[in-house]
Design a protein around this ligand. Structure first.
Ligand SMILES: Nc1ncnc2c1ncn2[C@@H]1O[C@H](COP(=O)(O)OP(=O)(O)OP(=O)(O)O)[C@@H](O)[C@H]1O
Ligand SMILES: [Mg+2]
Length: 315
C-alpha cells in the first residue's frame, strides 16, 4: 500500500465572486496511495467537494498539478479525459441530483458500459447490470424504475453501482451516506467494503462525520478553510491529534448517549470567510495557542517523527 496512485501538488481552486476570490482550495498537497482508503474530514464549507472535483477535473483548478501515471492530468485533452473517467469513479454528495430524472435505472447503468465499451452485446449488458444490481442488494424490478420511484438509499446504491460498473481503479466518494438513515448507511458501507476487496479498489472518501472516517480510513487529511492542516495515518492522528483544530474537531464529536443530548463544541468562534482569510495561520483567531508568529507566517506542513504531517507553529 505504499506506492502513490495520485499526487496532488500545490492545488488551488479560487472561485470568482463579487466580493473577491473564494479560496475554496488553497495550496493542497497530498498523495493517494494505491489500495488505501484516504479520508478527508472537515467542517461544512472547508473545501472538501471542491478538492475532490478539482482532482477529478470536474472543475478546472486555478493552479497546481495532479500527477497520475506520471502525467499532470490538469493538462490532458478530451480523449484522455474520457479514459480517466473510466479509471476514476465518482459518487456525488447528492443522490437526488446525480441521477438523470428521465433515465431508468437500466439506462443509467448501461450508458457508461456503452461509452467505455465494457460490454459487447445487449445480452452482455443485461447480465452485467443484473449482477451489479444484485451485488447492491437491489432487484431486477428496479431496472425499469425512474429516480423518483426510488428511495434515497436506492438512488445512492445506483450511484455506486454506476461508479463500479466500468471497473475503475479508484472511486471518489463525497459523503455517500450522509443523506441516508443509519441502517441504510451501515449497509452501504458494508457494500463498499466488499467492492473494495473484490475489485482491488482505492477510495478517496469525504465526510464530516469523524466517527465514520475513523472506522473506514487508512489515512486521513484534516481540512480547514481550504488547507490541509494535518495528514497521516488514521490511528496515529486519532490517538494523538496535534493540530489545535484537529483536537477541537475531535472533541466536538456528538455524544453517542441519547440521554445526554448536548453536543460538546470545543472550537471557539466562527470559521472565517474564505474570501477574507487571516494573514499567517488561517486558524489563529480560534486558537488558544496563537502567538505573534502565527499572525505573520503561514505554517507549512511539517513531518513529525511518527510520520504524520502538521501545519502549526507549535511543532
Ligand atoms: N461555484 C461556486 N462559486 C463560488 N463559491 C463556491 C462555489 N462552490 C463552492 N463555493 C464555496 O467554496 C467553499 C468550499 O465549498 P465546498 O462545497 O467545496 O465545501 P465542502 O467542504 O464540500 O462543504 P460541505 O461539507 O457543506 O459539502 C465554500 O465557501 C463555498 O461557499
Ligand atoms: Mg461538500
Amino acid at each position: 500500500m505504499d506506492s502513490n496512485l495520485i499526487e496532488v501538488k500545490n492545488l488551488k481552486k479560487y472561485y470568482n465572486s463579487r466580493i473577491g476570490p473564494v479560496k475554496a482550495v488553497d495550496n493542497v498537497n497530498l498523495e493517494i496511495k494505491k489500495g488505501e482508503t484516504f479520508g478527508i474530514v472537515g467542517e461544512s464549507g472547508c473545501g472538501k467537494t471542491t478538492l475532490m472535483k478539482s482532482i477529478l477535473q470536474l472543475i478546472k483548478p486555478t493552479s497546481g498539478e495532479i500527477i497520475f501515471e506520471e502525467i499532470d492530468i490538469c493538462q490532458i485533452d478530451k480523449k484522455e479525459l474520457r479514459r480517466l473517467r473510466k479509471i476514476m469513479g465518482f459518487v456525488s454528495q447528492d443522490p437526488h441530483a446525480s441521477l438523470n430524472p428521465r433515465m431508468t435505472v437500466f439506462d443509467t447503468l448501461s450508458r457508461p458500459l456503452k461509452i467505455h465499451k465494457i460490454t459487447r452485446s445487449k445480452e452482455d449488458t443485461i447480465i452485467k447490470i443484473v449482477t451489479l444490481l444484485k451485488e447492491m442488494g437491489l432487484q431486477t424490478e428496479h431496472l425499469i424504475r425512474f429516480p423518483h420511484e426510488l428511495s434515497g438509499g436506492q438512488k445512492q446504491r445506483i450511484g455506486i453501482a454506476r461508479a463500479l460498473a466500468v471497473h475503475p481503479e479508484i472511486i471518489f466518494l463525497d459523503e455517500p451516506t450522509s443523506a441516508l438513515d443509519v441502517s441504510v448507511q451501515t449497509k452501504i458501507l458494508k457494500l463498499l467494503e466488499k467492492a473494495k476487496k473484490d475489485f482491488d479498489l482505492t477510495y478517496f472518501y469525504i465526510s464530516h462525520n469523524i466517527n465514520l472516517i475513523k472506522v473506514i480510513s487508512d489515512r486521513i487529511g484534516v481540512m480547514y478553510l481550504g488547507k490541509i492542516v494535518e495528514i497521516g495515518r488514521t490511528d496515529i492522528i486519532y490517538n494523538n491529534p496535534k493540530h489545535p483544530y484537529t483536537k477541537g474537531l475531535f472533541k466536538s464529536i456528538p455524544n453517542p448517549d441519547p440521554d445526554k443530548k448536548i453536543e460538546k463544541i470545543y472550537l471557539k468562534g466562527e470559521v472565517p470567510s474564505p474570501v477574507n482569510t487571516p494573514t499567517g495561520c488561517n486558524f489563529r483567531r480560534r486558537c488558544d495557542h496563537a502567538s505573534k508568529i502565527c499572525e505573520e507566517e503561514e505554517p507549512e506542513l511539517k513531518k513529525l517523527d511518527d510520520g504524520r504531517e502538521v501545519a502549526c507553529h507549535l511543532y
